[in-house]
Structure formats: structure tokens, C-alpha cells
Design a protein around this ligand. Structure first.
Ligand code: ATP
Length: 251
């Protein structure tokens, strides 16, 4: 079943067309990496698909009411600043707000989802710490945990691996992959092509105002497409531990 359907979506920002008639659908069980050079329109595509910026065309999420959308999709934006000193546990608990009548304390089932999200993102030691006093990477993990606590069929995240140390990059990609394996879906923008090759079930490559390629990682991370989209040469090999992919040089 499709959790997001985008048809002929075009985005114009300050009279410049950033995306032209982009169409794709995301189904349950998919972990989709959104790739493309700086300025290709990855954030704009996710924000337009969520109905956060004006766009032409159709998006199934943008058509929903704000309440329905908050139960259908969780969103982690690129900007991570947590400006106020809310304890990490309460920040993560905000993910349950779309599911609760106003003013109620968290029922046990909702608290269990908060605890699960905190454990999944390795935030146990920070539970009572003011979120504004976490490091950049820890703040990113707290915001991913809030999105996980929302417990939605689809999670969209803008560069969630940026600023994380290697172990947390791998474990965070593992969390998204496990959501997909559980029958949910994730759409995640990434600049790390090696992580995309190893963890995503499908890649969408944005460039030149549209989708240049959409398919399995091996179909998208080809030398020809990498040269065209990023102007780089690449090295890749299939190993016993899975695909290994390394950008090499600027062409
Ligand atoms: N508010 C805005 N007004 C005008 N132009 C904008 C605005 N926001 C983004 N743009 C432009 O739209 C284009 C797409 O930006 P977007 O942030 O979607 O790219 P991206 O693929 O997410 O880039 P990055 O990899 O650098 O995060 C860029 O050329 C950017 O300069």
C-alpha cells in the first residue's frame, strides 16, 4: 500500500522553478534515500510533499488536515536547533501529541512508545537533561526519537545522519531500515552515498529539476549517473558484508 503519492509536483521559489513535475509513490516496507547535489531540491521536495510550502500538482499528505497528517507522517527538518531547555523525555513525548486529547497526561501505551524511541536512539543517559544542553548530534538523535514516538506509517527526515558520529550514523540508518522491515516506510535525504548504498532499499536521485533515477541502490549509484549528478568518479564492490561504495574524485 502507498503511504505517499506525489504526482506532477512542481515547486517555484522566488520565481525560480526548483522542481518540475516530479512524480513518485512510496509503499510500506520501503526505506528510500533521497540523493542529489546541494540545491537539487531535496528539502523542497519533502516540504512540498508535506504541504509545508506551496507547490503545484498533487501530494497525498499535503491534501490531509494537519491532524490527519500528523498521524500519517513524522517529519525531522534539517534545522535542529532546540531553543528551549525542555527535558529530553518531554521533547520525545511531544511526538505523541497528535494522538492525544488535549490536556491529558501520557497514558501508559503512549509512554511505552516514548521509552521505546528513547532506547532506540540511545538517549537513556540524557532522559532528564535539558535538550538545549545536548551536543548537535545528540539533539539530532532526540529529534529523530520524537519522530519515532509519533509512530506513523511514514517518517520523513532531512539529512538525519549529518553531524552524527560513525556508530550513530550506522545505528540510525539501522533504525530506519528496521522501521521499513516492520512494514512502515522512510524517506530520508542523504549526502553519504556509502550509507545510502548499504542501508536503503531504494534511491531517488534528484538533479536538473527532476528525478534523474529511481530504483534499487545498484541501479542508481552507477558511475555514469554519479558523474552526471555530482561530477564525481566512484568505487564500489559487493562484499560478504554487503555493498561498499566510495566517492573517489571530482571529474
Ligand atoms: N526560501 C527560498 N527562497 C528562494 N530560493 C530558495 C528558498 N529555499 C531554497 N531555495 C533554493 O531552492 C533550491 C533547492 O533548495 P533545497 O534546500 O530544496 O535543496 P537541497 O537539495 O535540499 O540542498 P542541500 O543538499 O544543500 O540541503 C536551491 O537552489 C535553493 O537556493
Amino acid at each position: 500500500m502507498s503511504v505517499l503519492s506525489v504526482e506532477n509536483l512542481s515547486v517555484t521559489l522566488r520565481s525560480r522553478t526548483v522542481l518540475r513535475e516530479v512524480s513518485f509513490a512510496i509503499r510500506e516496507g520501503e526505506f528510500v534515500g533521497l540523493l542529489g547535489p546541494n540545491g537539487a531540491g531535496k528539502s523542497s521536495l519533502m516540504r512540498a510533499a508535506l504541504g509545508l510550502i506551496p507547490a503545484q500538482g498533487r501530494s497525498s499528505l499535503a491534501e490531509m488536515t494537519a491532524e490527519d497528517r500528523a498521524r500519517a507522517a513524522a517529519w525531522m527538518p534539517q534545522s535542529r536547533e532546540i531553543a528551549w531547555p525542555i527535558p529530553v523525555e518531554r521533547l520525545v513525548a511531544l511526538g505523541r501529541l497528535p494522538h492525544l486529547p488535549q490536556g491529558l497526561r501520557l497514558p501508559p501505551a503512549d509512554q511505552a512508545l516514548v521509552d521505546q524511541a528513547i532506547a532506540r536512539m540511545g538517549l537513556e543517559p540524557f532522559r532528564q537533561r535539558a535538550a538545549s544542553r545536548l551536543s548537535g548530534g545528540e539533539q539530532a538523535r532526540a529529534l529523530i526519537a520524537r519522530a519515532l514516538a509519533q509512530d506513523t506509517p511514514l517518517l520523513l527526515a532531512d539529512e538525519p545522519a549529518a553531524g552524527l558520529d560513525p556508530a550513530h550514523q550506522i545505528s540510525t540508518m539501522g533504525v530506519f531500515a528496521s522501521l521499513a522491515a516492520e512494514g512502515r516506510a522512510a524517506l530520508v535525504s542523504l549526502h553519504d552515498l556509502g550509507l545510502a548504498a548499504r542501508h536503503c532499499t531504494r534511491l531517488i536521485l534528484l538533479a536538473e529539476g527532476g528525478i534523474l533515477a529511481d530504483g534499487a541502490p545498484a541501479e542508481v549509484l552507477t558511475p555514469a549517473l554519479m558523474a552526471r549528478a555530482f561530477g564525481i568518479s566512484v568505487w564500489h564492490e559487493t562484499t560478504a558484508q554487503g555493498p561498499v561504495f566510495q566517492p573517489l574524485e571530482v571529474l
